[in-house]
Design a protein around this ligand. Sequence first.
Ligand code: CUA
Length: 333
Amino acid sequence: MTVRRAARRFAWLLTPLCAGCEGIQSALQPAGPSAREIAALWWSMAAGSAVILMLVVALLFYAVFSRPQRRHGRRLTPTRLIVYGGIVLPVIVLSILVPFNIWVAAGISAPRAADTLTVRVHGRQWWWQIEYDDGTPNGRFDTANEIYLPVGARVELLLTTADVIHSLWIPRLAGKIDMIPGRTNRLMIEADEPGIFRGQCAEFCGLSHAKMALHVVAVEADEFQAWLERQRADALPPATDPARDGAALFDTNGCGLCHTVRGHGAWGVVGPDLTHVGGRLTIGAGLLTTTPDHLAAWIAHNEVLKPGNLMPAYVDLDRETRIALGAYLEGLR
Ligand code: CUA
């Protein structure tokens, strides 16, 4: 078999590897300055590793296939191999990589500029509490599992946790950083273009760790201002009959003990703020798209969908009640 035919025959083996390089959550498709620097670091390390791997394989072949008389010549003595391969080469490689790494890391967490937007991200088992606060009397609000930001703005994320160690990773925008109890960590993110960028908790944090995702939505500045205005406002009254029924059922079933719906008299702080839940991309931290059916399914079967989460599963609620609650919540935009 020629080399070309062999390459063609086994090319499919590389497909799964290449498939990981694209998509809304790939560090190799950077969409912001921090992510670009990290990708450059990654490519330079991958290239360096490839060169070193080829060198080692060449030496291996040389050791196996060369004639013993040649191998025992004076050029490639064991002492030289240890000195050049074990000391000189690592010193050269690390002397380049370590400063490059420090330079990239310093850029990623550079001090905030005067006009930087600050967003607090609070890790919880297993969702993200997102807090915007511009310091004005009505400028503070909570949302969940979704960070909106204007394109081209450097956004400072202040990262804390309510329970265990989580780790925020939005591969297309920035590096990964832990959320540690008792500490506030900082991460700068910036998006070059409008789009939706998926992020993920990157530190095992309990049973449903794998179901702890979030989305960063980058929009133009005017659209961002409009979004801020909508989020600051209280929830509108329910507009349809099923939604009005759902609002009453939300009240009588005690949902407001755990959830906030500003303007509707619900002030619970255990679960996500639901004031504008209907306008979010997903529920359950990236688990399901926000539709009335999914909301109804979540209310009854959240324990199956996200094992171990704090919300009780309301399996005993009848179908009409769940549908009305779904209609009410989906209308909160
Ligand atoms: Cu939070 Cu893993």
